[in-house]
Design a protein. Structure first.
Length: 191
């Protein structure tokens, strides 16, 4: 059956990864501006990072999915998303922000202790603002740092599984940028 192109020029998880890298650059430009500008960029970044779950699942072949079978209760995208959330606190924060934006609240697996807060102060005489999220362990995490961590997570995940997309590899997109090498991303810890 004919399937029309409905994703504009985005063709692979690697394309979404490059979009996330670009959005993160936009977010960094809003740091210190109005809370609204930072919030808009933060939401866009979180949505892209979380959307990668579906794109990666769709891009994986049967062998790649079966390799995950010992870790997943069932072979479906929902179980894959849960598995990713458990492995990356950053992706869990992205999921939270995305669901809260889309539905006005988080209804699936809510954590009443997670909240987003706008922090504003002066730095070198200039107003400086950024968003943080507090979680169930009372850890304060800068959302821009969590999004950078999500970018690192996905870069590693896609590279290891060769899912970064030939179009991006040919353009050299994944070889440039903030993440290089094959270093596994770290989970947030309390320190």
């Amino acid at each position: 059956m004919y399937q029309p192109d409905q994703t504009f020029f985005l063709k692979s998880p690697g394309d979404l990864l490059e979009m996330l890298r670009w959005q993160l650059g936009q977010l960094k430009q809003t740091t210190g501006q109005t809370p609204r500008a930072s919030a808009y960029c933060m939401i866009q970044c979180a949505q892209t990072a979380w959307a990668l779950c579906d794109w990666v699942w769709a891009a994986m072949d049967d062998a790649q999915r079966l390799a995950l079978r010992p870790s997943l209760p069932s072979l479906n995208v929902s179980a894959f998303r849960d598995w990713l959330r458990e492995r990356s606190a950053a992706l869990n924060y992205c999921r939270y922000l995305t669901d809260a934006f889309k539905h006005k609240r988080v209804e699936r697996k809510p954590d009443p202790l997670i909240e987003s807060i706008d922090i504003g102060f002066e730095l070198d005489g200039q107003p400086f603002r950024f968003w943080v999220i507090t979680d169930s362990s009372n850890q304060i995490v800068r959302l821009d740092h969590a999004i950078e961590e999500a970018l690192q997570f996905w870069t590693y995940f896609l590279n290891v599984r060769s899912l970064d997309g030939p179009s991006n590899r040919a353009r050299g997109v994944l070889e440039s940028g903030p993440v290089t090498g094959e270093v596994a991303p770290k989970r947030h810890d309390a320190s």
